[in-house]
Design a protein around this ligand. Structure first.
Ligand SMILES: Cc1ncc(C[n+]2csc(CCOP(=O)(O)OP(=O)(O)O)c2C)c(N)n1
Length: 601
C-alpha cells in the first residue's frame, strides 16, 4: 500500500521540491510562506538558506539555476515587490536549470500590511502561474512547475494562500524525478540584458506566452469537470476547494495553471451550461479575462473582493445569482495574437555598437579578470559594455545589484569558487551591500570586484554616497567602501586600477584565496580627468599585428595596414603598453620601448 503523509501546504511544497530534484532553496521569511524553507532546511538533498531579502534571494536562486541546479525561492506576497526588479528581467533571460518562485498571498491580512494578489505579477512578467488547491497538489505542482520552467525557459510562479500554506492534508509521495546534469554555458545574448539583446529576448517572451497559452489549453492541470447542474464555476487554488464543497453538482473548470488563461477551455465550459461564475480570492483576475472574451459571468459583484473566502461565503454569495434567469448565450470573441513590431530598417550606415570610452579603467579590470576561469557575473553601468566583443568579459546582466547574489548562488550550487561578481560603485551602494552581507552570512565563496570610478558614470556623472557629492553640488560625508566591507567582515583590498600590474596581482590573489573577498578597483572615470595621461606611440618595426592590444577593446586603437594605429581620442592610460608583449606600444619619450617583453613572441 502507498504510504500517505499528512503535510501542510508549505511542507508539501518543500517535499515536492526535493522530489522534483531541486537542490537549492532560498528565501526570506514572511507569513504564510515561512515554513517552506524551514522544512527544506531539514530535508536531505537540498541546500537551504535564508537570504537578507527577497531580491537577493531571487538573484541567488538565479545564480544556482545558471550553475545547473534546480532552484526554488520562497517569499510572501509583498516580498515579490522587493524581488520585482530581478523578476521582471528574469522573464527575458529565462533560466538554465528550472527555477520556481513561490509567492504566498495572505487574503484577509492575517499578518500582512496589504492584501495583494500575486497573479498580477504573472501577467506583468508574462510567466506561467500555478495555483495548487490542496497539499497533494502543492506537492505535485512543484515538479510540474520545474518541468514547465525548463521546457519553456522561464521562471514559474507558484501561488499559495494562507489556507493552503497552513492547512494540512494527505499527500501521497511520488516517484522522485531523475535529472541529467545541466551544464552552464556562457550565452551573452540570453543572459546579458543590454538593450540590443533584451529586445530580441522580449520577442521570445511574447512568443513564449502564446505557446504557454496553447499548453494551458491541453494541460491536465486545467480540468473541465462534468456536473449535473446547469451551472459552471471557474476556480483556482483553495477557492476551488470552497466552491466544490458549496456547489457539488456544478460543472467546474479547475485551473491549476491560471496564467495564461486557456480561452478555449473557458469557452467549452460555457457551451455546457447556461450560467457561469468565477470564484477567486482577491482580484477579479480570471473574471476580467473571461469578460474580455465577451462571455457573461458572475464574479466580484457576488464574491467578496477582499478577505478570505470559505464554502459558506461562496454558497451564500452565489446562490441567488445562480438561480436567476440565465443570460443570453453568446459566442466568445478570442483576442487576436498580438502583432510584434517590425524590425527597424537597416540604417545603411556601419553599425557602431556602444563601447567603453578610450582610457576607461574598467577595461583594465576586465583584462585582468578574463585570464581566470571564473564565470563573471555582471551588473548594470557603463561596465556592462565589457560583456560585448572584443572583451566578452561578463556573462550576465540582470538588474542593478544582481551580480553578487548570482555569484553567491552559482558558487553555492557548485560548492566552489566558480563565479566572480563585477559591480560599479554607484550600483554597489544601490543594492550591492545587501548581497555582500548575504554572501558573508551564508559563507558563500567568491570574488567581488567593485569598479570604483568615483561617480555614477552611466547616467551622466552623478554623485553617490561613496563620493559624498550631493545633488546640489555640496559635499557630504563619503562612505568608504573598503571600511564598509571590512565592517561586514569581508576581506577587502583597494588598488589603483590605473596601475595594471598592481590590479592584476590583486585580482589573482583574490582568485586564489579561500572564501569571499572584495577588490575595489579605484580610478576616476576618464570623463572627469581633463588631462591626458601621456602620449602613446607605436613602433612599427616591433608591431606584428598580433592583436593583443586590440583585445582590450579600446576604440582609440585600430588595425592598420602594417601595424596598429592610434587615434587622437587616446587618453594615454597605458593599458595597451601593458598587454603588448613586443614592446611595440610605449609612452613617447620613455627610454626602452614598452614595459613587458623584449624578445617576447
Ligand atoms: C533599478 C534601476 N535604477 C536605475 C537604473 C539606471 N542605471 C543604470 S546603471 C546605473 C548606475 C551605474 O553607476 P555605476 O555602478 O557607478 O557604474 P558606472 O556607470 O559608473 O560604470 C543607473 C543609475 C537602472 N538600470 N535600474
Amino acid at each position: 500500500m502507498e504510504r500517505t503523509l499528512f503535510f501542510s501546504g508549505n511542507e508539501a511544497i518543500a517535499h515536492g521540491a526535493v522530489r522534483a530534484g531541486a537542490a537549492f532553496a532560498c528565501g526570506y521569511p514572511g507569513t504564510p510562506s515561512t515554513e517552506i524553507l524551514q522544512t527544506a532546511a531539514r530535508l536531505d538533498g537540498i541546500h537551504a538558506e535564508w537570504c537578507v531579502n527577497e531580491k537577493v534571494a531571487l538573484e541567488t536562486a538565479v545564480g544556482a539555476s545558471l550553475a545547473g541546479v534546480r532552484s526554488i525561492v520562497t517569499m510572501k506576497h509583498v516580498g515579490l515587490n522587493v524581488a520585482a526588479d530581478p523578476f521582471m528581467t528574469l522573464s527575458l533571460t529565462g533560466v538554465n536549470a528550472g527555477l520556481v518562485i513561490v509567492s504566498a498571498d495572505d487574503p484577509g491580512m492575517h499578518s500582512s500590511q496589504n492584501e495583494q494578489d500575486s497573479r498580477a505579477y504573472a501577467k506583468f512578467a508574462k510567466v506561467p502561474m500555478l495555483e495548487p488547491s490542496d497539499s497533494q497538489e502543492a506537492y505535485d505542482f512543484v515538479a510540474e512547475a520545474f518541468a514547465l520552467s525548463e521546457e519553456f525557459d522561464t521562471p514559474v510562479l507558484l501561488r499559495s494562500t494562507t489556507r493552503l500554506s497552513h492547512g494540512r492534508g494527505q499527500v501521497i509521495p511520488r516517484v522522485p524525478v531523475v535529472l541529467g546534469p545541466r551544464d552552464y554555458a556562457r550565452d551573452i545574448g540570453k543572459y546579458v540584458m543590454v538593450p540590443h539583446y533584451a529586445r530580441m529576448r522580449n520577442r521570445l517572451v511574447l512568443e513564449r506566452l502564446q505557446k504557454l497559452r496553447a499548453r494551458a489549453e491541453e494541460s491536465p492541470l486545467n480540468v473541465l469537470e462534468a456536473g449535473t447542474a446547469d451551472v459552471g464555476i471557474i476556480a483556482a487554488g483553495v477557492a476551488y476547494a470552497y466552491a466544490r464543497e458549496a456547489f457539488p453538482k456544478a460543472w467546474f473548470l479547475k485551473l491549476g495553471m491560471s496564467h495564461p488563461l486557456p480561452y478555449r477551455k473557458v469557452a467549452r465550459l460555457f457551451r455546457q451550461v447556461s450560467r457561469v461564475a468565477v470564484v477567486e480570492e482577491l482580484d477579479p483576475f480570471i473574471e476580467e479575462q473571461v469578460r474580455a472574451l465577451g462571455l457573461p459571468v458572475v464574479g466580484k459583484e457576488a464574491i467578496p473582493a477582499d478577505g478570505e473566502l470559505d464554502q459558506d461565503i461562496v454558497f451564500r454569495a452565489l446562490e441567488p445569482f445562480l438561480s436567476r434567469r440565465p443570460p443570453r448565450r453568446r459566442r466568445p470573441v478570442f483576442p487576436p495574437v498580438p502583432r510584434l513590431a517590425d524590425p527597424p530598417p537597416a540604417p545603411g550606415l556601419p553599425v557602431r555598437p556602444p563601447v567603453l570610452c578610450p582610457g576607461c579603467t574598467h577595461r583594465a579590470v576586465f583584462t585582468a579578470l578574463r585570464t581566470h576561469r571564473l564565470a563573471p557575473m555582471g551588473d548594470i553601468g557603463c561596465y556592462t559594455l565589457g560583456a560585448l566583443p572584443p572583451l566578452l568579459a561578463l556573462d550576465s546582466c540582470l538588474c542593478m545589484g544582481a551580480s553578487i547574489g548570482m555569484m553567491a548562488g552559482f558558487n553555492q550550487a557548485l560548492g566552489r569558487k566558480a563565479a566572480a561578481a563585477v559591480i560599479g560603485d554607484s550600483t554597489f551602494f544601490h543594492s550591492g551591500v545587501t548581497p555582500l552581507i548575504d554572501a558573508h552570512y551564508n559563507a558563500a565563496d567568491g570574488l567581488v570586484i567593485v569598479l570604483d570610478n568615483r561617480t555614477t558614470a552611466m547616467t551622466g556623472l552623478q554623485g553617490h554616497p561613496g563620493t559624498g557629492l550631493r545633488a546640489d553640488g555640496s559635499r557630504g560625508p563619503a562612505v568608504d567602501i573598503q571600511k564598509l566591507c571590512e565592517g561586514i567582515g569581508v576581506r577587502c583590498h583597494t588598488v589603483d586600477a590605473s596601475d595594471y600590474g598592481v590590479l592584476e596581482a590583486a585580482v589573482k590573489a583574490e582568485v586564489d584565496a579561500p572564501g569571499l573577498g572584495v577588490v575595489v578597483a579605484l580610478a576616476p572615470c576618464v570623463l572627469m580627468v581633463p588631462e591626458k595621461a601621456g602620449e602613446i606611440v607605436i613602433d612599427d618595426e616591433r608591431c606584428n599585428l598580433c592583436g593583443l592590444c586590440l583585445d582590450v577593446g579600446c576604440p582609440a586603437l585600430a588595425r592598420g595596414e602594417d601595424s596598429v594605429s592610434i587615434a587622437g581620442s587616446c587618453t594615454g592610460c597605458g593599458l595597451c603598453t601593458e598587454v603588448c608583449r613586443r614592446g611595440a606600444l610605449s609612452f613617447a619619450g620613455a627610454t626602452g620601448a614598452g614595459t613587458a617583453g623584449e624578445g617576447a613572441p
